[in-house]
Design a protein around this ligand. Sequence first.
Ligand SMILES: NCc1[nH]cc(CCC(=O)O)c1CC(=O)O
Length: 308
Amino acid sequence: MQAGKIRIGTRGSPLALAQARQVAARLATAHGLSAEQCELVVIKTTGDKVTDRPLIEAGGKGLFTKELEEALFARAIDLAVHSMKDMPAQLPEGLTISAILEREDPRDAFVSLKYSSLETMPRGAVIGTSSPRRQAQALRARPDLLVVGFRGNVETRLRKLEEGVADATFLACAGLYRLGLAKHITQKMPTSVMLPAVAQGAIGIEIRADDVETAGLLAPLNDANTATCIAAERAYLAQLEGSCRTPIAGLAELRDGNVYLRAEILSTNGTHAQALAGTASAADAVQLGERVAAQILERAGPDFFATA
Ligand SMILES: NCc1[nH]cc(CCC(=O)O)c1CC(=O)O
């Protein structure tokens, strides 16, 4: 850190900026710092530049994190603010997630100007989404619907909806809340129909693993309950990410002091799905994630991946 200044690395999208400003404000409050002492450093990532094709084709998740991580290594920033949902399960050697903020609503929002819910859409209506998970879950519930690609940031997707490119879309409730756009939520999707992406709704702060000074500053921002749930979900993701190219969903919650993890993998067209749940004490969150992953892979069997 330089002369009492904290440099906060963030992507430039409105959602990323809202999240980074939230972290800056929390840091300022926790340590009595001025706004100038918490400087935002905006970094463009490959994921922000690629808008013409599905991100899976361009290289997947790491696309939103790589340039921020390079800036951490180069000491151009002291911390990087991420949507934990966009973080690969495996972090580069030398970096660590130092704090996870209290989770916002992890559910997906059904957003439509025409229909009040997924169930009441007429046959053949069009869903706009480029998320293989949301596509798979929507088609699982409603195989008669059509899906078209829908890339871009939250505002772009809402505009496409207004232009009539699709009859409905899905967006994370968390992002809509943080952008002050919660009025667009038509239906909060029950997790029984649409289990969220791993870590959806959670903001994580990444630092250099040897940076004890920044780690100390971030300690008061960490929410232990959220961190436990994210540990279970990401341990599950880590086991699946390598071996499973199909859509993955997972949500951990605390129930009576224990971690309760629900997991789901699907074929992209929604015709095949495997779902599973497990529970463990909070201290065993990581083992729970690993166990649930092993169980779901075993239950799916090689046939699932051959046909999915
Ligand atoms: N992939 C983009 C992304 N990454 C995180 C969020 C939402 C915020 C969150 O999950 O915390 C979004 C937008 C969306 O899915 O609607």
